[in-house]
Ligand binder design. Sequence first.
Ligand SMILES: Cc1cc2nc3c(=O)[nH]c(=O)nc-3n(C[C@H](O)[C@H](O)[C@H](O)COP(=O)(O)OP(=O)(O)OC[C@H]3O[C@@H](n4cnc5c(N)ncnc54)[C@H](O)[C@@H]3O)c2cc1C
Length: 486
Amino acid sequence: MLVVGGGPTGLTLACDLARRGVRTHVVEAGDRLLPGSRGKSLQSRTLEAFDDLGVVEALTAAGSPFPPMQTWRDGERRGEWQLIRPDPEAPVSRHPRPWLVPQWRTQEILRDRLLDLGGTLECGARLTSLTQTDTEVTAEVTRSDGDRRRMSALYVVGADGSHSTVRESLGIVMKGEESGLRSAAVADVRVAGLDRDHWHIWPDPAGELLLCPLPGTTDFQLNAKITGAEFTATPETVRGLVAARTHLPSDAVTDVRWFSFYRPRTAMAERFRQGRVFLAGDAAHVHPPGGGQGLNIGVQDAYNLGWKLGQVIGRGAPDALLDSYEAERQAAAADTLDLSTRLYRAGRTPQDADEQARYRGRVCHLLSVHYRDSELSTDARKRRSPTGFQAGDRAPDLPCVTTEGSGRNLFELLRGPDFTLLAVNCAPPPEAAGLRIHQVTGGPLAQELGTGLFLIRPDQHIGLAADSPEHLGSYLARAGLRSAGR
Ligand SMILES: Cc1cc2nc3c(=O)[nH]c(=O)nc-3n(C[C@H](O)[C@H](O)[C@H](O)COP(=O)(O)OP(=O)(O)OC[C@H]3O[C@@H](n4cnc5c(N)ncnc54)[C@H](O)[C@@H]3O)c2cc1C
């Protein structure tokens, strides 16, 4: 399996494949992983996926909760407020709040996990062209020293960012380009004379400037909207922005460690799959950083695609299983594109802090993303769950009583690359290879789901909900699982 791009999407996917025993190689064009704190907010649903992939402890240690915002005017503090607040109505999650980690650090943690799991990462290796037949994909890779070689793989995933070579090689166009969003400068800077307990904001008619302390470092992430399309990001212009829009002098910026300038775009690839090649993350959709979704949605693409490729490559599931990737993730990406564009336009202003915090809290966690309309979601029950749960929803991470004992939440039972069948207040069916079965006899989980059989996919979404085992056999076959004795 070949993954193109060692960003958060490619590395997450590679970790998921490697833990399934799929031989996975990542080629990364850069001589090292991309620097910069860019996508610094890890949302609840991303933390759940990372928990399952075994990296959440390292990320917890590397990050922090988001600090309160601190507004400055005329060199004086003008009030503290919260941009991000927990949503009391959010689905229960063991990771209820977003976690602040610089993107470069998240990438390092994923890289280390990948190597532990036996996957390989080759830096300084750029995919330059791609051809495919019915049975394999051939990629030409050019190393930074000019050396070229061909690699063959059963499948290739292009996680090579917004200017994706994989996407271009396939001739897939991006739809829905939008102009009119303001450009922005982003940089990692060291600043003297500023506390690290706040996310500082200076409202300014030219565009607000923000400095967010980055945990595990002495850096701040600087964000500043820029009027007009042209701005040359250099250490001097970054210092100039600080001097022009804050009360700090330019030499308060003691170091500019990384900087960039971007023009936000909102666009989605018209297809996420062509034959044996897939697009994921920024290669498949690009949107402004409003609401901190960019990295997160790419990780969710990877978490959706990883188990499907694992079942097809390693367990003989029919190739059609892979079609559900585009169907499920295009819809999810479209929602996120709308959301992040709206939040980017709104900006971060103290005037309507309550409204913004409520809105962001409610939608940004990604816990409510569902696949109810997917062909992979079968709800064959006569009566739905009392609380409205349906096939396609993320399973509720609630405490449960099983025949093995009590005191565990569902996601502890789900951890790992396999499917799980819950028989809630009913008899479990015979065993099947690659399937864990738990008989749930009580607790909040049983109340939430109601009586029935619930087949939970490796990405924690409910695939099948049924009153009896009669639908189970055909569902398991589609997913590459076989009932015992077959
Ligand atoms: C300047 C900037 C600021 C941002 N700020 C935020 C933010 O504040 N909040 C937020 O949520 N998101 C932010 N983002 C977006 C976020 O960083 C991305 O959504 C996220 O990195 C997407 O991850 P990815 O793995 O899909 O792609 P990328 O992170 O772009 O990774 C793609 C990788 O593929 C490699 N690559 C490219 N071409 C090839 C090739 N031909 N062969 C091999 N490798 C290749 C690249 O070197 C790169 O390492 C920002 C992005 C940028 C550029």
